[in-house]
Design a protein around this ligand. Structure first.
Ligand code: AQP
Length: 332
């Protein structure tokens, strides 16, 4: 049976990249699969989080799922720290994963930066916890943006090594689901950097709660080049900012980049940006409004998270029990 798992870190500033690369696909998958969607708060604390803000950011992720169309009756929505089996399996995986594998993870290198000695141990072990998040549900498919591909390969390596070490077939080999025209949305200020929550510039990203004026301002200021929109997709090569805006348009309109070019070839970006703004406002306006409505009712959001955690626990507990028995722990 196919089962979907994915998560978003509650680190604030949920943006267009999180939506197009991940959350929108969560909604599209829920009719065909059993889906489990998480606010990965244990991942969030691998870098410092203010406790008060973390609490509200967990609710923000849940509200973003709900406002985007994840149905809490069909899909499970919960906070990672409310299901202890994630941490338990992560420890076992810390003993399965090899240091050499973790040393190759580019996200750690990017996030730790030059001051590696000062990064938390949790940030280093992040991919091992991510493998546990997925495999504690024996999930088979994981919808993510392109930046998570390497972590999913590591998840497969951990699953395979566990199965081989213990001579079992406990864990499936997960498949990433990376689809849509915007699997890697880039910063609006720098086409060589991915759009990110932690970018110090607010102008680098459109957030899910930005209103029409903010969206218009940010897109107006978005960096482009002096050339008009080309006719062919291959002519976007070497033009990262232009390619990014065309990709965002395509993803929001649910058409291909080629279709966007067919409609807009020859236009200057000064003419394209208002069309993109209109589209972004049309798609994001209702999501932002609904998020704000949900966040004004934290009692409801908390009840969704509680129900989700109960359902998630019911799936995870037999798996962690099976794993503990396999490893040789005394299971009472
Ligand atoms: N720019 C992006 N384009 C497409 N997909 C993206 N995702 C993130 N950025 C982009 C996808 O969103 C999901 C949740 O991401 P996350 O919050 O768990 O972690 P992240 O990748 O670290 O997000 P940020 O925004 O980049 O945070 P910071 O600034 O802390 O590094 C994932 O599926 C991810 O692929």
């Amino acid at each position: 049976m196919s089962r979907i798992f994915s998560g978003v870190q509650p680190t604030g500033n949920l943006h267009l990249g999180n939506y197009l690369g991940a959350i929108r696909n969560f909604v599209r998958l829920q009719d065909d699969y059993e889906c489990i969607y998480c606010a990965v708060d244990m991942h969030a604390i691998t870098v410092w989080q203010d406790p008060q803000e973390l609490r509200s950011n967990i609710r923000e992720v849940a509200a973003a799922y709900l406002a985007s169309g994840v149905d809490p009756k069909k899909s499970i929505i919960f906070a990672q720290s409310n299901v202890a089996a994630h941490a338990e399996l992560a420890w076992i995986f810390n003993c399965v994963a090899r240091l050499g594998w973790l040393n190759r993870m580019t996200q750690f290198k990017e996030k730790a930066g030059k001051n590696k000695e000062n990064a938390s141990l949790g940030l280093y072990a992040y991919p091992s916890l991510m493998a546990a998040d997925i495999l504690v549900y024996k999930a088979t498919h994981v919808p993510v943006g392109e930046d998570q591909k390497q972590h999913l390969e590591l998840t497969r390596d951990i699953a395979q090594k566990f199965n081989t070490d213990f001579g079992t077939e406990t864990f499936p080999l997960v498949e990433p689901l990376i689809f849509g025209e915007a699997t890697r949305v880039m910063s609006l200020r720098d086409g060589s950097k991915k759009m990110s929550k932690s970018d110090p510039s607010d102008y680098s990203r459109i957030t899910l709660t930005d209103g029409p004026d903010e969206i218009a301002k940010k897109l107006k200021k978005a960096r482009t080049d002096a050339e008009p929109i080309p006719e062919k997709v291959e002519d976007l090569e070497g033009r990262p900012e232009a390619s990014n805006l065309v990709g965002i348009y395509a993803a929001l309109a649910d058409i291909s980049k080629a279709d966007v070019l067919a409609e807009h070839a020859g236009s200057q970006f000064s003419a394209f940006k208002p069309a993109l703004t209109e589209l972004a406002v049309e798609k994001f306006g209702p999501i932002g409004t609904e998020m704000k409505r949900l966040l004004a009712d934290p009692g409801y959001v908390d009840s969704v998270l509680k129900d989700g955690a109960d359902r998630a626990r019911a799936i995870a507990e037999p798996v962690i029990r099976e794993v503990k028995e396999t490893v040789g722990f005394l299971v009472s």
